[in-house]
Write a protein that binds this ligand. Structure first.
Ligand code: HEC
Ligand code: HEC
Ligand code: HEC
Length: 440
């Protein structure tokens, strides 16, 4: 390399220096605050579909979600570093928004939004509740962590028993033998206790310190109490260490033999709790999403969850109306045998022997359910209290309609059916508006 003349080198160094100074100044500068109008627009665009533009947690997508989106107007939050009943700190809210809530619909916004947008949203979320104007967050006094020695873990196991965590979380925290049905949160929604050996499902984090905070602060708005007054700090750390110690490997980290043993054990556990397994499957397979009638905003009509009657327009094919899955004898599945239900679910043949299209209800994929899972779904459906809701027989696409549809698809180039949910106005005969399109 030819030597660089010293004059040029000096200029180069100067330029680099100026650049560095500029960079340092840029770093030191706090990002400009996001203007209020923009925050509102940002909130309406990113958050309102679930949390509602009024912050009440009743956005159009809310009904299909378990757990339900947070109602910001109450100023009550689950994952805090503050005492039971206290408002959360700004950091707590920041963490919830940036990190999201694994296992729920709440997305992690870090990466999708800038840090200053997230900070602005913390302020915006707070403005929905007057509590933030009057109260101060009351942080807990956290003691020094206890190292996770075998002795601490043993003591934690004993304390886990003494504090009756197992009543809700099951023997050894695995969910087996726990109260799984009938728990409600303060908003009246069904809620399940966490499965404590699956730490990747924890929404508040899975380190000993995170778990210490959950036990110490409780999860406000849910049955999970604070143990700040009932357990010594030492014991809370021991229990936290114990909970960390029982973590099982996630399926994606298991060897083939471990997986086999795991599924075998899982199958046994599900067999002991068919209804619980069925509830889980029905929740995750979103049966309620189609089998409950919704209003124009996509909200389930009160008292009609699972009662059917939701009209879906299959573009090209015509309309279908979902069935009543409640145990009503006349209008629901009360008189269906288990075999009737399983046949409808997995082969698309209804009790009246008529055949369903393979859409919108995806029975061809339900056909892959194990016999035990089919039984579990049936067992859960049988627990749904009867609701009288007569579903009109479908206007079957006759041969002419079928051929016309095929013609539109093949020659007219219209695509595979598009399913459009029609909102009911709540009274018979009126036209639905604002249909939420669910294309597949
Ligand atoms: C797809 C639906 C959805 C969207 C979109 C969504 N959330 Fe959520 N959010 C949820 C659900 C569901 C929960 C409740 C989780 C739970 O109870 O475990 C939640 C909870 C929260 C919480 C409460 C955390 C706590 O500790 O109690 C905050 C704060 C929050 N969301 C803020 C936001 C903000 C801000 C946005 C927009 C940037 C947003 N959410 C967008 C579904 C959503
Ligand atoms: C009365 C029932 C009940 C008792 C007793 C109880 N819990 Fe919970 N716990 C719950 C419920 C319900 C949830 C789920 C809350 C939710 O989904 O928002 C939960 C959630 C948790 C979580 C997960 C938090 C997260 O980040 O998602 C942990 C960890 C936990 N509990 C630990 C414990 C320990 C340890 C004890 C005993 C010291 C205990 N719980 C006692 C009902 C209970
Ligand atoms: C994407 C929408 C959708 C989903 C999801 C869905 N279904 Fe359906 N289901 C329908 C529609 C529409 C019908 C009526 C079809 C017809 O009449 O041709 C139906 C019919 C049925 C029937 C037939 C009842 C009879 O009259 O014989 C049963 C049983 C059923 N569904 C159970 C379920 C279960 C259980 C789940 C969840 C595992 C589920 N469905 C998920 C849309 C759906």
């Amino acid at each position: 390399m030819p030597p660089v003349p010293s004059g040029l080198r000096r200029i180069g160094l100067c330029a680099a220096g100026i650049l560095m100074l500029g960079l340092a100044a840029g770093l030191a500068q706090t990002p400009p605050p996001v203007p209020q109008d923009d925050v509102q627009r940002l909130y309406d665009r990113s958050c309102a579909s679930c949390h509602g533009s009024d912050g009440k947690g009743r956005g159009p997508a809310a009904d299909a979600l378990t757990p339900a989106p947070r109602d910001f107007t109450r100023g009550m939050y689950k994952f805090r570093s503050t005492q039971s009943g206290s408002i959360p700190s700004d950091d707590d809210l920041d963490r919830a928004i940036a990190g999201g809530m694994p296992g729920t619909a709440m997305p992690a916004w870090k990466g999708m939004l800038t840090d200053s947008q997230i900070t602005a949203l913390v302020g915006y979320v707070k403005h929905f509740s007057p509590r933030f104007a009057t109260d101060q967050p009351a942080p807990i006094k956290a003691s020094q962590p206890v190292p996770p020695t075998p002795d601490s873990i043993d003591k934690g196991k004993a304390a886990f028993g003494a504090l009756a965590c197992g009543a809700c979380h099951g023997d050894n925290g695995t969910g087996a033998g726990a109260v799984t049905a009938g728990m409600k949160d303060d908003w009246g929604n069904d809620i399940k206790a966490a499965v404590l050996n699956e730490p990747w499902t924890f929404r508040g984090g899975s380190t000993a310190t995170d778990i210490y905070l959950r036990i110490k602060t409780g999860i406000d708005g849910t049955p999970m109490p604070s143990f700040a007054d009932t357990a010594s700090d030492q014991d809370i750390w021991n229990v936290a260490n114990y909970v960390v110690s029982i973590a099982r490997k996630p399926a994606w980290a298991m060897t083939a033999d471990e997986l086999k043993a795991f599924y075998e054990q899982q199958r046994k556990q599900d067999a002991d709790d068919l209804v619980g397994r069925g509830r889980y499957l029905v929740d995750t397979m979103a049966c309620a999403h189609c089998h409950s009638p919704v209003d124009r905003d996509g909200r389930v009509l009160p008292g009609l969850k699972y009662a059917g009657g939701q009209k879906m327009r299959l573009v090209v094919w015509g309309d279908v109306v979902s069935a009543n899955l409640t145990s009503d004898n006349e209008t629901g599945i009360g008189r269906y045998s288990d075999a009737d239900l399983k046949r409808a679910m997995t082969r698309g043949i209804k009790r009246d022997e008529s055949r369903m299209l393979p859409f919108p209800m995806d029975w061809p994929s339900f056909a892959h359910l194990s016999e035990q899972d089919q039984n579990a779904i049936v067992a859960f459906l049988r627990t749904i209290p009867p609701v009288k809701n007569q579903i009109p027989p479908p206007a079957r696409p006759g041969v002419v309609a079928y051929l016309a549809s095929k013609f539109q698809m093949l020659i007219g180039g219209k695509d595979y059916p598009i399913v459009i949910f029609e909102g009911n106005a709540g009274s018979a005969g009126s036209q639905g508006g604002n249909p939420a399109a669910a294309a597949r």
